[in-house]
Design a protein around this ligand. Structure first.
Ligand code: NDP
Length: 463
């Protein structure tokens, strides 16, 4: 029998975003010969047109709110005005710095980088720019891209990527979509001074989050001065000069200088040549993978948003790292998709981990602990749009923590710690035995003594 044909690489990764870069770096550290292709920017969506620049802009917007609040504490700062180009320059410098680190990090551990797109020409063969390379294993980590609804005039609307190239802040904005991006962008642009209307097709935003939290999020956004249009979706966009005129299914018309579609994202599989490799997709273009992230072609894997499972950066990084350890580090392991903490960076932000009240009640009896209060700062500022809601979902029979939810200042920072308790199935009694840090909002999570309600009686206990 002849020896197998040696491939150019042990591993070739398509896509230099959060998942691909981590996988490539760790695999190279385990001794694999690794190549990676990225056609747009190192670091992918998160670093360049997602989490990082978004969070910097949310922080910029928040300074304005603090400046407004400062007067109640005796500060006289004059009228707060915002200079968009200054923010754009500072944001873009930081994004370029981080993206550069991602690219250099790969070279530093011996990964061969290709700054171009790659597509399959066979099960082990790829066209990478104008080169043909072969690899023993190939991992698809190409992420996703924003969805633009198919309505007349859709081309007059922007998508999330476009926010990061705007040279000036639009005066009137219509944000369409009640998900993470819709809420975060609407809230941030409103706080930076735009007149923002947020339209979503459900009665409440953030489908999938705890119902009570969704209600409070909508209330606080409305209280902050955003115009909210629930139960609305666009059917047509026309132009009148530079003004976008958006007609909703209800007949309502909204005029804006900029319209954003924040209507979800889809896996970026177009142009990958999956047919040439025989890789199957699920409905919606997501690549179908098993629990080991293998596709139907055993040496081809897919990780991150292209698999459309939990589309969050830390999840993609965890999966990429686990796959590298499994394939090249003699350490087979999986990253768990259970109890993934998540946050929405609105004002105040919200964060959740584990089961919602509704999900838990379907599985059996649960005790719900809630605390609603005005944060100490706002007893002085007298703001009414920054109330806090904190909530624990506790299994009645065992006292185990099933979920934790919060809308309030610093919620994402607080939830990261509480997530450790939920992931490890600590009990409410163990939280109670922990002394609070006073005075903080976080201490409420260890001092909620009396259940607000008990739900889920009679529900079939999940197997
Ligand atoms: P989401 O899936 O979160 O929300 C999409 C929204 O658009 C929903 O409200 C959906 O309504 C609505 N929608 C979908 N199609 C249409 C349509 N044709 N007309 C009107 N409305 C429509 O997607 P996003 O784009 O906000 O974000 C994409 C993903 O990126 C998120 O799911 C998340 O995984 C990630 N992300 C995470 C962030 C974070 O961690 N903080 C921040 C930003 C993004 P309905 O509910 O009815 O389907």
């Amino acid at each position: 029998m002849s020896a197998p044909h040696p491939h150019d690489f042990d591993l070739f990764v398509i896509g230099g975003g959060s998942a691909g870069v981590r996988l490539a770096r760790i695999a190279a550290g385990h001794g694999a010969k690794v190549g990676i292709a990225e056609g747009r920017f190192w670091g992918g969506t998160c670093v360049n047109v997602g989490c990082v620049p978004k969070k910097l802009m949310v922080q910029a917007a928040e300074y304005g709110e603090w400046a407004k609040d400062a007067a109640a504490f005796g500060w006289h700062l004059g009228e707060a005005t915002h200079d968009w180009p200054t923010l754009v320059r500072a944001r873009d410098m930081e994004v370029a710095r981080l993206s550069g680190i991602y690219g250099r990090m790969l070279g530093g551990v011996g990964v061969q980088t290709f700054e171009c797109y790659a597509h399959f020409t066979g099960p082990h063969e790829l066209k990478v720019g104008d080169r043909t390379v072969t690899a023993n294993r190939i991992v698809i980590a190409v992420g996703g891209s924003p969805i633009r609804p198919d309505i007349p005039g859709a081309e007059h609307a922007l998508i999330s990527d476009d926010l990061f190239t705007l040279q000036e802040r639009p005066r009137r904005v219509l944000m369409i979509g009640g998900g993470y991006i819709g809420l975060e962008f609407a809230n941030m642009l409103h706080n930076l001074g735009s007149e923002v209307t947020l339209a979503y097709r459900q009665q409440l935003p953030l489908r999938g989050f705890d119902h009570e939290l969704r209600e409070v999020a909508a209330e606080s956004l409305a209280a902050s001065g955003l115009t909210i249009l629930p139960g609305e979706s666009p059917v047509e966009i026309t132009l009148s000069g530079e003004t976008r005129i958006v007609r909703m299914a209800s007949g309502k018309v909204v005029e804006a200088d900029a319209v954003f579609f924040a209507t979800g994202r889809k896996p970026a599989t177009k142009g990958l040549g999956l047919d040439a490799a025989g890789v199957n997709c699920r409905e919606g273009a997501a690549i179908a993978v098993d629990d080991d992230h293998a596709t139907n072609v055993p040496h081809i894997y897919a990780i991150g948003d292209v698999t459309d499972r939990v589309n969050l950066t830390p999840m993609a990084i965890a999966v990429g790292h686990a796959l590298a350890d499994t394939l090249f580090g003699s350490r087979p392991r999986h990253a768990s998709y259970e109890n993934v903490p998540k946050a929405v960076f609105i004002s105040p932000p919200m964060a959740s981990v584990g089961l919602t009240e509704e999900e838990a009640a379907l599985r059996g009896p649960v005790e719900i602990y809630t605390s609603r209060f005005t944060p100490m700062r706002h007893t002085i500022t007298r703001r009414t749009d920054r109330k806090t809601l904190m909530k624990l979902v506790v299994e009645a029979e065992t006292g185990c923590l099933l979920g934790a939810h919060m809308l309030g200042e610093e919620a994402p920072e607080i939830m990261q710690g509480i997530a450790v308790a939920v992931v490890n199935r600590l009990t409410k009694a163990q939280l109670d035995a922990t002394i609070g840090i006073h005075p903080t909002a976080a201490e409420e999570f260890v001092t909620m003594r009396v259940a607000t309600r008990r739900v889920g009686e009679g529900a079939a206990k999940a197997a």
